[in-house]
Design a protein around this ligand. Structure first.
Ligand code: NAP
Length: 284
């Protein structure tokens, strides 16, 4: 068996085009242009690239984007003041605080300070609570991007055993929540660094989602033949971007697989645009 390659770039492009159409419709009906503010604190080069890509995607889809660049010496109070200013600004619909933050700033305090109706990353406890109850205001960008990839590829989640590698607040936990929700109806196992005999669990997966951040960690002997394999991980290895899955070894036995880059990554940005559109559409 040779796996079908799930083309995240093409699927994300289609979603961004749909978003652009809906943005134009919102503008026509309400005069509102969805507006995303990104706050980049410090000099992390990877973060600068992520933020630039998010801004470019916004502009291409007709959303307004504003970047606030703050120095690495910014205090928590200064960052909180900027967040409060964006919260109070009615022309701002989405606020994105790019992580990681410099060590003097507690990310939890800052993320909790973002107004829940502008929390387009879906990190605020109110939005995580709504998601947990199955009535989400926003969808967590990366996990929702994975769900969209599965749907677009015709992968049926209902009744499937989905194994999620990783339990972070950003990827693993919300991924498991989306998969287990009514409508998605997967049977979900979540694994982490304390899981015993990981390969025996991953080999049971009809759908295996890897989000641990360890290059080429998932080897062919950890995958059931015919499984759908989604690779969220991004690591740099010998100057190349690689995922958590040993792609060359696993692709021949999987039924479908995402590449890195060009799999999950583009979806995350596409979902961020949708959340900003959702936030702007909710403005009365
Ligand atoms: P994270 O916060 O570091 O969490 C990693 C998770 O993996 C933790 O739950 C950890 O377990 C688990 N883990 C680590 N080593 C393990 C092992 N040997 N066996 C089993 N579980 C293990 O990372 P994250 O933010 O979720 O990100 C994960 C990866 O996805 C990273 O490479 C990141 O760059 C990438 N990512 C990509 C996108 C995208 O758009 N494509 C978006 C977000 C993240 P413990 O909880 O026990 O420590």
């Amino acid at each position: 068996m040779t796996a079908r390659i799930i083309d995240g770039k093409a699927i994300a492009e289609a979603l961004r085009t749909q978003t652009a159409t809906e943005v134009a419709a919102v503008q026509a009906h309400t005069g509102i242009t969805p507006h995303l503010v990104a706050i980049l604190t410090g000099d992390d080069p990877a973060s600068a690239v992520y933020v630039r890509n998010k801004q470019k995607a916004c502009e291409k889809a007709g959303l307004k984007s504003t970047l606030h660049r703050l120095p690495a010496t910014t205090t928590q109070a200064e960052l909180l003041a900027l967040v409060a200013q964006c919260n109070a600004d009615p022309t701002v619909h989405g606020i994105l605080v790019q992580l990681p933050l410099p060590p003097q700033i507690d990310p939890q305090v800052v993320l909790d300070a973002v107004h829940p109706r502008k929390d387009v990353d879906c990190f605020h406890p109110e939005n995580v609570g709504l998601l947990t109850q199955g009535r989400p205001r926003f969808l967590p960008c990366t996990p929702a991007g994975v769900m969209h990839l599965l749907e677009s590829t015709g992968v049926k989640t209902a009744g499937a055993h989905a194994v999620v590698l990783g339990r972070s607040e950003i990827v693993g936990k919300p991924m498991a929540l989306l998969l287990v929700q009514k409508g998605a109806d997967a049977t979900v196992t979540v694994c982490h660094s304390r899981t015993r005999d990981l390969p025996s669990i991953t080999r049971q997966a009809d759908i295996l989602i890897a989000a641990i951040g360890k290059a080429n960690f998932v080897t062919a002997d950890m995958v059931k033949p015919g499984a759908v394999v989604i690779d969220v991980g991004i690591s740099r290895l010998n100057d190349k971007l690689v995922g958590d899955v040993d792609y060359n070894a696993v692709a021949p036995i999987a039924s479908a697989i995402t590449p890195v880059p060009g799999g999950v990554g583009p979806m995350t940005i596409a979902l961020l645009l949708r959340n900003t559109l959702t936030a702007a559409s909710a403005v009365k």
